[in-house]
Design a protein around this ligand. Structure first.
Ligand SMILES: *Cc1c(COP(=O)(O)O)cnc(C)c1O
Length: 457
């Protein structure tokens, strides 16, 4: 990326002034070479001209004219701890998702922990989870004292393979945590049927899936609870923030109590005489966070539509290239969030060019990309947690044998997926259609020149 014509500061300023939509970042950078450089030319990694020198939309975005005012209003009020603005954000989010209740908390990780603890998930229980997720899903389970049990991934959808859930059930299984990873919905219709059949709780990790839908119903509203994240990289960026949604009023009341020192639901901030009813903790969202959240929410619908449109177009363009296998939706998915755009890269179709070299070549063309998650069911944190004091008190020795744990939790298709996946970030999907063409052209160019790129030392 060139910083010659525009400093980052200036760029961010202009970018945020533009606010959102097609105008963002378009034409602000140096003149695009897309029309003069073709896919048949020498790849940039071999010294050719880049397909693209234009900047991609920068994240997070904000609108100074409206957002800064909203934040300053909170500052000037002097009311900074949880109060009316947080309540307004909760109402808005519940409404947006189509849920009766919402509790805002400090982040998505603690939304998951709070929901699980208040549903009664804890020591001695097993919780089913896919290994293709962000680490927070799994550590949230561990924080409750429950044991994560991994269910293999469907490499076509990148989601939990619902057909493999029942094989992982044991008498200890208490809950399923489907993760709508990358913002693409897991099959909640099938997962809820399995949960009902075996009397299991369901906590949806929708921390990447704001406004994603199955059959026009938002993800996060299928299970007993749905959890969201508003961390800075997420599609609703607040810096930090999270939320739990549910139609179960008494459950959200308990979550509220837990997030406010265990004081009863309805206790005012600052009230020290209400009588504490549970061993809670302190996870309150601040008024500043809620103010930014409300400002960001105004753009979410339009941005989500844009991401969906661009993703569908990009998918249709790159799926023609041999060796590029874009995501597939589960049945009945009507909308995704596209926190990331994923595809599988088959090096056999690229003359054996490794994924690492492919990623380097693509980056060299001006297309940022990454390889994504590594297998979460085989990392040292698991070996270490099985040795902790609490786990030794809770579980029988055979459950704490790491070798046996690893054997029980093998996910071979996920291992392969982690070797083949390529991601584009959500902000790229906020650019224009011709920018999607740049991505496709760059991949085609690498495909055409795979031999030369491979043999270059
Ligand atoms: C971001 C994320 C979380 C955790 O959210 P934080 O707000 O970062 O704590 C949990 N699960 C998934 C899938 C996420 O992407």
């Amino acid at each position: 990326m060139s910083g010659k014509n525009y400093s980052r500061r200036e760029f961010v300023k202009q970018n945020s002034l533009a606010g959102f939509g097609a105008a963002v970042a378009m034409g602000l950078g140096p003149v695009s070479l897309a029309n003069s450089v073709t896919r048949t030319d020498i790849p940039a990694i071999l010294g050719g001209q880049k397909i693209r020198t234009k900047l991609w939309p920068v994240w997070p975005m904000w609108n100074p004219a409206t957002d800064e005012e909203q934040l300053l209003k909170v500052l000037r009020s002097g009311v900074w701890s949880r109060a009316g603005v947080v309540t307004e954000f909760e109402k808005k989010w519940a409404e947006t998702i189509g849920s009766q209740r919402c509790l805002a908390v400090v982040n998505g990780t603690n939304a998951l922990i709070t929901a699980m603890v208040q549903l009664g998930i804890g020591g001695g229980d097993e919780v089913l989870v896919p290994p293709y997720t962000f680490i927070a899903s799994v550590i949230a389970i561990l924080q409750t004292g429950a044991m994560p049990v991994f269910v293999d991934t469907d490499p076509e959808t990148f989601q939990i393979d619902h057909d493999k859930i029942e094989a992982r059930l044991t008498p200890r299984t208490k809950a399923i945590m489907p993760v709508h990873i990358l913002g693409l919905p897991a099959d909640m219709i099938k997962i809820m049927a399995i949960a009902r059949k075996h009397n299991l709780l369901v906590v949806e990790d929708a921390c990447q899936a704001w406004l994603a839908e199955i059959d026009h119903k938002k993800v996060g509203t299928f299970g007993n609870a749905g959890c969201f994240s508003f961390q800075n990289s997420k599609n609703i960026p607040i810096g930090e923030g999270g939320a739990i949604v549910s139609d179960d009023g008494p459950f959200i009341d308990r979550c509220y109590s837990y997030h406010n020192y265990g004081n009863p639901y309805g206790t005012l901030i600052g009230d020290v005489s209400s009588g504490t009813v549970m061993a809670g903790t302190k996870l309150r969202m601040t008024e500043y966070q809620a103010a930014i959240g409300l400002a960001q929410l105004k753009r979410l619908e339009e941005q989500t539509t844009k991401r969906n449109d661009n993703a569908a177009y990009l998918r249709s363009q790159i799926k023609k290239i041999p060796g590029i296998l874009p995501y597939k939706f589960n049945e009945k998915v009507t909308r995704a969030a596209f926190h990331l755009f994923p595809f599988r890269y088959k090096k056999e179709e690229f003359k054996g060019l490794t994924r690492e070299r492919f990623l380097n070549a693509l980056s060299a063309e001006g297309i940022p990309c990454s390889s994504g998650y590594t297998p979460l069911n085989k990392m040292s944190y698991l070996e270490n947690v099985l040795k902790t004091k609490n786990f030794k008190l809770i579980y029988p020795p055979e459950m704490l044998d790491y070798k046996k744990y690893m054997e029980r939790n093998q996910c071979p298709l996920n291992d392969q997926l982690c070797e083949e996946a390529v991601w584009f970030e959500q902000n790229m999907l906020l650019a224009g259609k011709s920018d999607m063409d740049d991505i496709a052209s760059a991949i085609e160019r690498i495909h055409l020149n795979a031999d030369k790129i491979k043999s270059q030392k």
